[in-house]
Write a protein that binds this ligand. Sequence first.
Ligand code: COI
Length: 349
Amino acid sequence: MQTTTLIQESRLSPEIRESAAFGTVFSDHILIAEFANGIWHTGDIRPYGTLPLPPAPSSVHYGQAIFEGFKAFRLSDGRVALFRPHDNWLRMNRSATRLAMPAIPEDLFMNGIAELVRADREWIPERDGGALYIRPVSFAIDETLQVKPATRYRFVTITSPVGPYFAGTVKLIADERYVRAFPSGTGDIKAAGNYAGTLLAARDAQERGYDNVLWLDGVHKKYVEECGLMNIMFVVNGRVLTPALSSTILPGITRDSVIMLLRDEGVAVEERAISIDEVVAAARSGQLQEAVGVGTAATIVPIGRIRYRDQEIEIPSWTEGSVMRQTLRELESIRKGATPDRHGWLTFV
Ligand code: COI
């Protein structure tokens, strides 16, 4: 990709880089490109700063906005790698197709982001579990109130030094008043609007002493789909259960990586419908060993408690031998370069 790179004096403070709360501090540069007259125009790497917008960008009115999230890590030998960026590119373009938006060219996404991370590599935190979180977004900028696919779009990528999204375990409540996604809707893509729809439910959960919502399916209010902003997995009698992908489940790249690592270890993974009654019954009989949320931001986070109607399910804490804890360690070890990258997940920049 031909980019123009404008270098500015760094704003980097190592102290802030190591301690900032998730997604609150941004590195020195951004990648930006615009789509007009049917093509994407050359991307630029520019200093982080305010971007002009018309007063009526159509994405604000009608929601043509999609995003991705993935991470850059520094390996123990000092090299820098992106984790499965090509899969994020593919998913971003599935999101684009679903919202009638133009696909992002592979060169712009892959090479533009590699160049951006190279420019700001000093922003990768050194703390345990630290990474440079990469956030590409694409949104419509037509000035119109007409409801139709826009003709102009902006693609922007920002990066942010982050630590783990959660400290400790998460507590969830299955709140049947809210639905995250419905069949054939947009639940399986990263549409910005999907996240807006979860905020009130999450706030209600927090007011009741939980961290977020255990999302049940919208048709039967019976099958477990996701948790908070993550995919969900259960360990029952040594087998891992996770909802099968469908139009209401985000095909998480961390979800996919975890399943591959589990299967490498010979752990049985069942991707299928899981009813909340099955989870409650497994907990009551002592067979529910672990429950975790799985996503890019959190990687793998243990779920400590689930409330469903008048039942409170306590989930055992992680021990040294916990299946998911071991899988997290394995994933972290691949990302540090301590374990061979046998699936070819790392792209060096
Ligand atoms: C993820 O962890 O996969 C996310 O998309 C979380 C992000 C919305 C903070």
